[in-house]
Structures are given as C-alpha cells and as structure tokens.
Design a protein around this ligand. Structure first.
Ligand SMILES: N[C@@H](CCC(=O)N[C@@H](CS)C(=O)NCC(=O)O)C(=O)O
Length: 324
C-alpha cells in the first residue's frame, strides 16, 4: 500500500488526518484516448489508434473501477483484441503485485515484472502518484494510454467498432446528458460513497458518506420499480458503473466498509437489477468473487488488521431476475 514519489516507492496509506478523517481519492494521471483514427480525443495527445493486439489491460478482479473495463472488454467483443494481465488480490506493502499463487492471477504477461509499480516506472521512471488499476498500456509506444476507468470504458465503447463489427452503444448521444447526471450522483454517493464511508477515520466523515449512500440506494430502488435500467429501456454505461459497486456490496461493503443499514438483497429491484446485469453474456466471467472478498479483507490493515476473511452469505446471482 503506497505510492511513487519521483520514481521511488513510498509505503504509506492515504493520510486522512490532513482531511478531517475523510478519504480523498487522487486524480488519475494518464488521460490519453484510443480513437478509431488516432486523433487525440477529449484529453491527452494523439497517436493511439485502435488496432487489434496493440493494447493491454492491467486489472485486478477485486477492483470495481477495473471491473468496469473488464466488462466493456467482454461485452464489446474485445477479448481477442486487447490482451490482459490480472494482479494478485493482496495489496500489501508493495502495492499490487504480479504474484501468481491464486487461481485467476496471470502475472505480468507482457514483461514478466514483479510489481504493478514497475509498469508505471516503465512509462515514466520519475513518476509521482498512486499505483492504481486499471491501466491501459500501449505495446507500440511503450507507455500508458490511460489509468482512468471512466474514460477507458468510453474508448472501448466505440473506438474498436470498425475492427470488431460490434456497434452496441452504451453511451448513446441522445442520452448523454441524463447519463452524466446519473453518473455524477452515483459516483459521489455510491461508487465512491462506499469508500468514503469505509476509509473514514472520523465519525463525522463516516456519517457524511453513509447517509447519502443509503439515500441514493433508496432513490434507485424506487426508480428501478418503473424503469428496467437507469435510463429506461436502454442499457447504458451508467448501469455498468452502478453494477460493479452493487455486486460487491453484500459480500464486502456491508460489513468491511460499515455500509450496513441494508443489504442489496433487501431491495427487490436493486437485487433483480444486479442479477440481470450479472447474467448478461460475458459478465459472470469477469466477476471473480474470491478475489473481491479476499482483496478488501486482506489488504486494508487499518480496517481489518488480522486479515480474517468472513464466512459471508451464499448469494445466488444466477437466480432468474424476473425483470423485463
Ligand atoms: N480513477 C481511477 C481509480 C482507480 C483506483 O483507485 N483503483 C484502486 C483499486 S480499487 C487502486 O488501485 N488503489 C491503489 C491505491 O490507491 O494505492 C479509476 O477509476 O480508474
């Protein structure tokens, strides 16, 4: 658990003392875009053209942000075009590692390196910043295209359509404003809200996060009683972004992050929605519950210093969802 400062590893967790007990997420540093023609995209520089076999994703199955990118790789038919490395779920004093002593881990299939930080150092030997997943790597230019999942899924949504012939659109132009509004509230109060509650080191920081979290879940439960998806009948990126938090909620966030007013299985519509998305072709294979449960309970010293992994209820995500 740590970060790189001028290219040197510094083994320190987030300093919540400096922010009144609040967890403040850092901003991702690499913000280039893969585009169909290699033009620059909304940020970054040009030269990252969509090509089969050129790009590589570094992920953890445990991480909800990386999970978004794994889902888009699967549902957009990109698995044979973008190669993959999966880190070990235990994130300890060396941060994410390429250890392979657990099923589902792959090691670094590109370079055979030991730690994820070595990938950041390859892109920039003097780099400062947190060593996070996901990373989208360019094998041709030997650098990181992006380490921001919200932007990676937008690239995967359309940049490779000419290569795959898959034109499914999870960011349709007429719905973009509404998607943005959903994303904003869901990111702040749910996706990042569970982290703000879980990593809080003061009662007030916890209270400030956990109240809005359950207000938003209550609101979505009502919304999904008359809408199949967040934006009505159209499945969009907003749904996938919500899904990766919902699927982790009962096994991890409810106990480990103290988000325990209710579980997702207590909300009939959210629970049906979670099962429906889980059952979408290709998505179950991106959901590695063993990595999810192990990562959080094993890696967060400040929350669970004895690294005891709880028994957890058995949840049947494959049960018919009954939504139409
Ligand atoms: N903005 C990033 C956030 C990614 C992120 O925070 N990933 C976590 C894992 S869930 C991580 O790698 N944390 C390591 C650290 O902060 O040291 C994104 O959405 O891609």
């Amino acid at each position: 658990m740590g970060q790189l400062i001028d290219g040197k590893w510094d083994d320190r967790w987030y300093d919540t003392k400096a922010s009144g007990g609040k967890f403040v997420r850092s901003t991702a540093g690499f913000r280039n875009w893969i585009t169909a023609d290699g033009s620059a995209g909304p940020s970054g520089t040009d030269g990252f053209k969509a090509e089969s076999g050129r790009y590589h994703l570094y992920v953890s199955y445990a991480c909800p942000w990386a999970h978004r990118t794994l889902i888009f790789r699967a549902i957009k038919g990109l698995s044979e075009h973008i190669t993959l490395s999966v880190v070990h779920p235990d994130m300890l004093s060396d941060g994410w590692t390429f250890a392979t002593d657990l099923p589902g881990t792959t090691g670094d299939t590109l370079f055979g390196l030991q730690f994820l930080r070595d990938i950041y150092l390859r892109a920039d030997p003097q780099i400062s910043g947190r060593v996070t997943v996901p990373i989208l790597w360019d094998k041709q230019r030997n650098t990181i295209v992006s380490n921001e999942s919200s932007e990676i899924i937008r690239m995967l949504n359309s940049a490779f359509d000419g290569i795959t012939g898959n034109h499914d659109d999870y960011w349709p132009a007429p719905l973009r404003d509404q998607i943005e509004q959903m994303n904003t509230r869901i990111y702040d109060t749910i996706n990042n809200g569970v982290y703000k509650a879980g990593f809080a080191t003061s009662q007030s920081a916890y209270d400030d996060a956990v109240g809005p979290l359950f207000d938003s879940l209550d609101w979505l439960e009502a919304h999904l009683s008359s809408n199949r998806y967040l934006l009505g009948d159209t499945l969009t990126e907003a749904d996938w972004r919500l899904f990766t938090t919902l699927i982790r909620f009962d096994p991890v966030y409810h106990l480990h992050f103290k988000c325990n007013r209710r579980r997702i299985i207590d909300y009939p519509n959210l629970w049906g929605f979670t099962r429906e998305l889980y059952q979408h072709p290709g998505v179950a294979e991106t959901t590695e519950m063993n990595h999810i449960v192990r990562h959080y309970h094993y890696s967060h010293d400040t929350i669970n210093p004895n690294r005891i992994i709880p028994i957890n209820p058995v949840l049947d995500y494959a049960k018919p969802h009954g939504r139409s």
